[in-house]
Design a protein. Structure first.
Length: 107
């Protein structure tokens, strides 16, 4: 099975995957990237009001095959404790495929 590398950018730091994950094809790599995003963001979101997370998937040749993003933004809408109220927005990102024919293959 081919190896796919999952580079993670949290809006501040880039963590480059040097080990990789053996998966059946590009579609499985895409699914793994999408599933990873909420887990990556879960612990950090309590301490921020805005953050964009991105997973870039590279194949064995180093070519980017999938890029998935999750964008989080929060603001107070109604202040129940006397603090100044603002608005709240939550965006879940997009997935962009960089695979030639879009069928999940590497070429």
């Amino acid at each position: 099975m081919p190896l796919y590398y999952f580079d993670i950018h949290d809006g501040e730091c880039l963590t480059r995957d040097e080990i990789g994950l053996a998966l059946s094809d590009g579609r499985a790599a895409r699914d793994a990237a999408i599933e990873a995003l909420p887990e990556i963001a879960r612990h950090a979101l309590l301490n921020v009001n805005q953050r964009k997370y991105m997973v870039t998937v590279r194949n064995e040749r180093g070519r980017t095959v999938v890029r998935a993003t999750l964008t989080f933004e929060s603001e107070w809408v109604d202040s129940m404790d006397g603090r100044q109220a603002t608005s709240q927005v939550l965006h879940f990102g997009t997935v962009k495929r960089a695979i030639g024919n879009g069928n999940g293959s590497d070429d």
